[in-house]
Design a protein around this ligand. Structure first.
Ligand code: M6R
Length: 614
């Protein structure tokens, strides 16, 4: 969480910093701030709340503020200290006995209490409750003693414990920014006569597509004309430039009211791009470029969080059904401390849209302990997880800005199906023609999801009306429809703040049926196959007790229509596509409920898209 951005070069500094922060707001929006440097000192502007508040404040600044050539910016997801102007970054140090410095930070400094006491003992006064402010004072002391900004950062880093990406500037070197990272991400954007820094490439797509990734234990010094990367010991580091194929339009609304709605509509294209080159016309899944021997995989462990975990549950079903390999799916925050059991024949699949979720990265570390091979399924080129894994299966959803995962969910599910098919074929688990048939059906995902969007758009508003007086809701499903129900409940609760739970429909009688009344709508995901009938009977039992039911069912399903107040129709599709098409109406339902409540669907309260703290 938290986004940092830096710029050195020309007079468009403030514009670049604000644009960068806009594209990083998904990482946190409790407050935002800028620091710009001139030989006279460092000037900051900070505001509580979303970036627009900071933009408003900047209107009052004089022209000098906008003519600087270097600055850093920050968008905050509060960890230490409530959202307030005093706790907003950048934090400053120095000034009295030496040049001013300013610092922006993403992560947590675990030993900040001890450092704070030590600095106070030397007469330093603190202006915030944040862990970050200790870095500013440590730096300022060193700069005041004559160290360069880079030397000061290296020295200060040796005192810090925890995770961080930190960028700093000093009035003594007003056209230089130094930065370093440990665990939290940091990229350098390369320009002509200007250079950039950010937490993620999305911040800078309007300015460059050429990036350098900074690794743990490295420090980078950037000016308008140079980028110097070295180890903390001072050894120069040569790093290859990484070119991303995302365009700036991917992080613009493009006429949609919200990113979530735009991203729901981008699902057909995202699926097409994810399957392209990997799923052949004849239905053969080709993962040969991953350079991962799948034939000796005896067990699969999936680690992930949130929506990615739900994609993992669907992946388990596909892998077990097609490849007949046992799969365990575990929430990464549990797995990392579970002292997990496995061996070299265990394939650990870490699913993470951002590729930087701390718990998922730590779960990968835990799997390394027993020698497991790691496959990362991620949407983010060059992300931390791509550097930790043995192989990477990229989903090609493009940047997802809305905090609620939509297009990245369906592409993760598609990626897990590709893995299931490739694993099944490598192990000879099923007749090849049977697998090809599933593969050919999977190729229809983009067009069926397109149809699903069209159908659901017409009815989602009507279904949302059922939630007007709701105090909670339950999402029910069985088989493949169960993870979809979990995902539907997560979507609804995270953007509408209505308590919502996903349940296997057969479990209702074991407790949750007690919740049933007219103010706890049931969303029944009927799915396909034998379990459809079973789910219907479970739903009938709730109707008999006064439940208001919304069913997600095929458009021609008369039985579903008879028991439900509203049917969210899905198109007729091959069984393998049922979770894909059923996910869509649930996304749109959550969207409509949240909009009807007047909520910001892209930035739900308390959340950030990338969860980079534990
Ligand atoms: O970036 P990741 O896929 O690792 O993120 C995991 C979860 O934080 C994420 O899926 C979260 O649950 C979604 N934003 C919910 O919509």
């Amino acid at each position: 969480m938290c986004g940092i951005v830096g710029y050195v070069g020309g007079e468009r500094c403030v514009e670049v910093l604000m644009e960068g922060l806009k594209n990083l707001e998904y990482r946190g929006y409790d407050s935002a701030g800028l620091a710009v440097a001139s030989p006279g000192g460092i000037e900051t502007a900070r505001e509580v709340g979303p970036l627009n508040n900071l933009a408003g404040t900047l209107k009052g600044r004089d022209r000098d503020f906008f003519s600087v050539r270097a600055g850093v910016g920050h968008t905050r997801w509060a960890t230490h200290g409530r959202p307030s102007e005093a706790n907003a970054h950048p934090h400053k140090g120095g000034g009295a006995g030496g040049p001013e410095v300013a610092v922006v930070h993403n992560g947590i400094i675990e030993n900040h209490g001890e450092l704070r006491r030590e600095l106070r003992g030397r007469g330093i006064e603190f202006n915030s409750e944040t862990d970050t402010e200790v870095i500013a004072h440590l730096l300022a002391e060193r700069v005041a003693s004559g160290e360069s900004l880079k030397e000061a950062l290296v020295g200060a880093l040796k005192r810090l414990q925890g995770s961080f990406a930190v960028a700093a500037m000093s009035a003594a070197e007003p056209e230089t920014i130094v930065a370093a990272r440990n665990q939290s991400p940091l990229v350098v954007g390369l320009g002509e006569g200007e250079n950039f820094l950010a937490s993620a490439v999305q911040a800078l797509l309007g300015y460059t597509r050429r990036f350098l990734f900074v690794e743990n234990g490295e420090v980078v010094e950037i000016t308008g004309s140079s980028v110097g990367l070295s180890t903390l010991e001072g050894e120069p580091v040569q790093r290859e430039t990484f070119e991303v194929d995302w365009g700036a339009e991917a992080v613009e609304l493009g006429g949609y009211e919200d990113f979530m709605l735009k991203e729901i509509h981008e699902q057909p294209a995202a699926l097409g791009a994810t399957l392209a080159g990997r799923l052949m016309d004849d239905g053969c899944a080709d993962l040969s470029d991953l350079d991962l021997n799948l034939s000796d995989v005896r067990r699969v462990v999936v680690v992930a969080c949130g929506t990615a975990y739900h994609a993992g549950l669907l992946g388990k079903q596909a892998i077990e059904r097609l490849a007949r390999v046992p799969v365990e799916v575990t929430v990464a925050s549990e797995y990392r401390y579970a002292d997990p059991v496995g061996d070299e024949d265990t394939l650990v699949v870490a699913i993470s849209q951002s590729g930087e979720t701390t718990d998922t990265l730590a779960a990968v570390g835990a799997a390394r302990g027993f020698g497991g091979r790691v496959l990362a399924v991620t949407n983010t080129q060059g992300s931390l997880i791509t550097r930790e894994a043995d192989a990477v299966l990229l989903t090609k959803a493009g940047p997802e800005v809305g905090v609620a995962a939509t297009k990245t969910f369906v592409t993760q599910v598609a990626a897990m199906h590709l893995l299931a098919l490739a694993l099944a074929e490598a192990r000879g688990a099923r007749p090849v023609e049977e697998l090809r048939e599933v593969g050919r059906a999977l190729r229809l995902a983009p067009e069926k999801v397109e149809e699903a969007i069209g159908l659901a758009e017409e009815r989602a508003g009507e279904a949302a009306e059922v939630f007007e007086e709701a105090r909670c809701s339950l999402f029910l499903g069985r088989g493949a429809a169960f993870p979809v129900a979990l995902e539907g409940a997560l979507k609804l609760k995270e953007i509408s703040y209505l308590p919502s739970e996903g349940y296997p429909a057969g479990e209702m009688k074991h407790g949750p049926i007690a919740l049933v009344d007219g103010r706890c709508p049931m969303v029944a995901v009927l799915g396909e196959g034998v379990l459809r009938e079973k789910t219907l009977s479970n739903v009938e039992e709730t109707v008999a007790r006064g439940a208001r039911v919304i069913s997600v069912a095929r458009e021609d399903d008369a039985v579903a229509a008879a028991i439900a107040e509203v049917v969210l129709p899905v198109p007729k599709a091959p069984e393998v596509l049922s979770p894909f098409v059923a996910a869509v109406p649930l996304q749109l339902l959550a969207y409509r409920v949240a909009k009807a409540r007047g909520l910001n669907v892209d930035k739900p309260r308390n959340l950030a898209k990338s969860v980079t703290v534990e």
